[in-house]
Design a protein around this ligand. Sequence first.
Ligand code: PRT
Ligand code: ZN
Length: 286
Amino acid sequence: MSETLRLAIQKSGRLSEDSLNLIKECGIDFNKSDNKLTSKAFNFPIEFLFLRDDDIPGYVEDAVADIGIVGENVLAEKGKEADVVEKLGFSKCRLSIAVPKDFPYNGIASLAGKSIATSYPKILGDYLKKNKVNAEIHEISGSVEIAPNIGLAEGICDLVSSGSTLISNGLKETEVILESQALLIANKHLSKAKKSLVEQLLFRIKSVQRAKNSKYILLNAPANSVDTIIGLLPGVKSPTVMPLAQEGWVSLHSVVKENEFWEIVEKLKAAGAEGILVMPIEKIVI
Ligand code: PRT
Ligand code: ZN
């Protein structure tokens, strides 16, 4: 029987939608119904296990799942053994220490002898130990941000993304302990056949990721400014240049990095480019 890869995904939560979208963008089709815990893809040998995110590192370590998508924060907290195959670039957040706005904070030593509420006792404990600070860790499973206001703890250690939860609870962020994003993780002892399936999946993920960071650009330019414009547009290999019906003019096609686009566009205009079109790219296979 040929191998099927078992992928653990968060059942419902902040990671779920982006995880499923990534799989779909990789051209893998499947049905997901809300009450089912597993599902099989139609056109790739992969089966999905829908789990709580906290359980994913353990399932991958124990080979119940071969691979999983989980936040770096959860992988680090659970302390389970798994290989990090790829950083996926979504669900970005940070695990930070925060204290009430009026707390006289002068560095991590200010927390000596204080109590800190968190759902991340392992990561926080390791951090305090590394910094030789003796503080009491108060483990709670949710609504950590209200702990100082109800007198449960003097500080907190929790996930932050926009920072608005801290602000609305009268807290200030004082230390970033861990920067996190979604990871593709794999069991450390996969068979050769399963490793090869992970490679195929990773190849597709990378093509999707490259495309997300890039735009396809088309423009018209006077033929005598082609060299200057080529210098501005590296492209995947090098830009395509085609003559226009109007003599002395060419059309250039290339790929630009999303984050460099606005800087490049000014230079292109200065070099005589006109009719600049920018389009999304679905996949870049190299
Ligand atoms: O039910 P299950 O156990 O599967 O889910 P969960 O409730 O434990 O996790 P979930 O779905 O809330 O989050 C899953 C993962 O998303 C986390 O482990 C992180 O890797 C990632 N992530 C990214 C976040 C955030 N951003 C985030 N902002 N997880 C939680 N938050 C919370 C944070 O705890 C705080 O309450 O959002 C609040 C802060 O947000 P800001 O924008 O106000 O700063
Ligand atoms: Zn969870």
